[in-house]
Design a protein around this ligand. Structure first.
Ligand code: NAD
Ligand code: MG
Length: 359
């Protein structure tokens, strides 16, 4: 087991990473907790809820399970209310602890419930998708979707800990593994060239879910995210670099209709486009662009952007939260391992987008 420490103004907490973590959850529950509510979804519950509950019973505390329907469509206000209803009906008090057992959807909605129930109660993240283990469970962003926009209602609220059990990835669909790996290689591209090279060398082991490779990739990803978030918890500057590939990716997700491509798949493709834009704007060398393309392909994500039409592409990207005063800004790479956040000339952007149409 390895530990990564996260220190932010909003809270400090450990991320424990290793096999078999689900069986050790009792150690992460504070002594003074009055009750524990495991928030999960039907899919994850079928695999892991019994084991998690058996582990938590060792605390001797009152234990309940709140099982939500599975899917991004349920990361909404109505489902959030199901959590509040269950907590209130069972009279959980301010010293109760929530345990988010699931992927990013469960983590985000459970985190927001914890941030708001009785003005804030403690919660533990137990992420079960690779994406949640390397990204969404770390850093304290919590949210639900609004009919008019994704993640529009939320709070910055840090968990009291993150328990990453690498064994649970064995039941994750292969496409979800590839989507999670897109966020892993993103960290290498924006801040750690050596880690990017390590990913190139270990991509086959990662896709086979070899424990040593997985543990290293998750630990390094969490360290790098923790490093960025500790300097900029509320995304006033540096944290924006974590959105590398995401302006293109969000346009793909909304342009094709959410769910058509997984978020990580869209980000994978978006990172190839952002590398091309970096070549045009900052002189990123062609060999580096090809390394990005090759690794995105090797992890099993698409590298050919869908043909949405250039003007629709631009419209979709304008909606992105990174737009300020109508100018499109992008996270770009001067070289692999270093990122800057700046506006891109429209001509360069159009040239990249037109490639989506001509392939
Ligand atoms: P998800 O939570 O929908 O999980 C994907 C699918 O895998 C679901 O069907 C889920 O039930 C299933 N699943 C989860 N664990 C499993 C396991 N071990 N075995 C088998 N099936 C399993 O998707 P996700 O990619 O984990 O998260 C996406 C969400 O995360 C989005 O809502 C996004 O907005 C959010 N997000 C938040 C942050 C943040 O900083 N808070 C960052 C990135 C993404
Ligand atoms: Mg992302």
């Amino acid at each position: 087991m390895t530990t990564v420490q996260v220190d932010t103004p909003g809270g400090s907490y450990p991320i424990h990473i290793g096999p078999g973590r689900l069986d050790h959850l009792a150690h992460s529950i504070p002594q003074d907790a009055t009750a524990i509510a495991v928030v999960t979804n039907s899919t994850v519950a079928a695999h892991y809820a019994q084991r998690v509950q058996a582990a938590l019973e060792q605390t001797g505390k009152r234990l309940m399970r709140i099982e939500l329907p599975d899917g991004e469509a349920y990361k909404d206000w109505q489902t959030l209310n199901l959590i509040y209803d269950a907590l209130l009906r069972n009279r959980l008090d301010r010293r109760a602890v929530l345990v988010a057992l699931g992927g990013g959807v469960v983590g985000d909605i459970c985190g927001f419930a914890a941030a708001t129930y009785m003005r804030g109660i403690r919660f533990l993240q137990v992420p079960t998708t690779l994406l949640a283990q390397v990204d969404s469970s770390v850093g304290g962003k919590t949210a639900v979707n609004h009919p008019l926009g994704k993640n529009m209602i939320g709070a910055f609220y840090q968990p009291i800990g993150v328990e990453v059990d690498i064994d649970v990835l064995a039941t994750l669909p292969q496409r979800e593994v590839s989507a999670g790996l897109a966020e892993v290689i993103k960290y290498g591209l924006i801040i750690d060239a050596d880690f990017f090279a390590w990913c190139e060398q270990n991509v086959a082991a990662l896709r086979r879910l070899e424990p040593a490779a997985l543990a290293h990739a998750i630990r390094r990803s969490c360290e790098l995210k923790a490093q960025v978030v500790s300097q900029d918890e509320r995304e006033s500057g540096l944290r924006a670099i974590l959105n590398f590939g995401h302006t293109f990716g969000h346009a793909i997700e909304s342009g094709l209709g959410y769910g058509e491509w997984l978020h990580g798949e869209a980000v994978g493709c978006g990172m190839v486009q952002a590398a091309e834009l970096s070549q045009a704007c900052l002189g990123l060398d062609g060999a580096s662009v090809e390394r990005v393309r090759a690794l995105v392909q090797a992890i099993g994500c698409p590298v050919q952007a869908p043909d949405l039409g250039t003007s629709r592409w631009i419209d979709l990207m304008q909606v992105d939260k990174k737009t300020e005063g109508g100018t499109l800004r992008f996270v770009l790479l001067p070289e692999i391992g270093r990122a800057v956040f700046q506006p891109a000339p429209e001509a360069a952007l159009r040239a990249v987008l037109e490639r989506a149409a001509t392939h």
